[in-house]
Design a protein around this ligand. Structure first.
Ligand SMILES: [Zn+2]
Length: 384
């Protein structure tokens, strides 16, 4: 409570005349004015009225605000009412429901990556990937467009009801009389997790081949250099007991789609595409490594940490072993990076169009070091 003085002032021509001194009390954000002469008993009566009014009006205001715009429907899954820590809400005619509670009640396992802000839920052979604040999710890699993006309320992810109900094959109906939501999920019992020790498979992709030479300005052709480095790197990994598969192990043409598809069919652990760079100018030189994991592709985005980490591991090793200019780790929408379902990177070892680097690429020593760097980068990513 705060009291201060204020004056009731009236204008008389050019002069102001103080008519009377007033006191002001600020009570609960409201200003109460009273004359100095006012009996203090009257002030306390006034305060008492204000206090009792605030008790009466407070709950009325609160319930009024609850009624405007937001309501909380019940959610009934297979005949059983679900309990939520954060209530489902209807906002702008969209019902947003707590995703984890419903998914887990359906028997799904739910993971939350606080770095990438992506929810991953699995049940049986269905995997649902939902990035926060995104209008797209994927169900087993197929894009599902959301009416409204998911959001966080009190540390819980709320997502549009239809998506949450249907992602694992459920159906949803509304009870028009009660406004309640009924979800029928075909299989509410959790399927037991099957732990499968997965064999590590590295797919090495020598860029270009056959009628596609890649870059090359003089006698050195990119496809040949890429293949030599890929085969050497593969030998080094095999010596460390790692299964290595190549998209090509000779001078043959393989389409970009086929390259990703080979890795996907093998369910490979990781994919490394090996290239050498070129520019119409001879000056550009150095080493760069690419990855791709944008939010628009949730199944890539969920691997963002791993994809970036793999790119960084390779770039560090290439710089260390080759000592060429660091052009950095970059992100680009390249076919083999977009279409591979496992962490994937593309390295540009050096510039064939730069005379100094072209001379280096002709030597076995340089190609050996590039291969060693690629093998080391992969091993460090795999913690081996
Ligand atoms: Zn290339």
């Amino acid at each position: 409570m705060l009291t201060t003085d204020i004056y009731h002032v009236e204008e008389a021509g050019n002069t102001s005349v103080i008519v009377e001194k007033l006191n002001i009390i600020i009570y609960k954000g409201q200003i109460v004015l009273f004359k100095t002469k006012t009996n203090y008993i009257q002030i306390y009566l006034l305060l008492m009225i204000l206090i009792s009014l605030s008790f009466l009006v407070g709950p009325l205001l609160a319930s009024a605000s609850a009624d405007t715009g937001v309501s909380h429907p019940l959610v009934i899954l297979n005949g059983r009412q679900l309990e939520f820590e954060v209530l489902p809400t209807i906002e702008n005619n969209r019902t947003m429901v707590p995703l984890r509670t419903i998914f887990e009640s359906m028997g799904a396992k739910v993971d939350w990556n606080s770095t990438t802000l992506v929810v991953t839920a699995t049940k049986g052979d269905i995997t649902v990937i939902l990035p926060l604040n995104s209008r797209t999710a994927t169900v087993n890699g197929s894009i599902y467009n959301l009416e409204v993006p998911s959001k966080i309320v009190n540390n819980r992810t709320l997502a549009p009801l239809r998506f949450v109900a249907e992602a694992f094959g459920g159906t949803v109906t509304w009870d028009e009389n009660t406004g309640n939501i009924n979800i029928i999920s075909s299989d509410p019992t959790p399927s037991p997790p099957v732990p499968q020790p997965r064999e590590v498979i590295v797919v090495l992709d020598a860029g270009h081949g056959g009628w596609d030479p890649g870059a090359g300005v003089s006698q050195l052709i990119e496809k040949d250099v890429n293949l030599v480095i890929a085969l050497k790197a593969g030998e080094l990994l095999k010596q460390r007991g790692i299964r290595v598969e190549y998209t090509r192990n000779n001078d043959s043409y393989v389409s970009l789609e086929e390259r990703s598809s080979i890795a996907n069919k093998l369910n490979a652990t990781l994919f490394v595409s090996i290239h050498n760079n070129a520019n119409i100018l001879s000056a550009p030189c150095g080493t760069e490594t690419y990855f791709y994991a944008p939010q628009e592709y949730p199944d890539l985005f969920v691997q963002r940490d791993d994809r970036a980490r793999l790119a960084k591991a390779l770039q560090i090793q290439l710089l260390d072993k080759l000592q060429r200019q660091n052009r950095g780790v970059k992100e680009a929408n390249l076919s083999v990076l977009r279409n591979t379902r496992m962490p994937s990177v593309l390295v540009e070892v050096a510039f064939i169009s730069n005379p100094a680097e072209e001379a280096l690429l002709k030597t076995n020593d340089f190609k050996d070091r590039a291969a060693q760097a690629i093998a080391n980068g992969i091993l460090s990513f795999l913690n081996k």
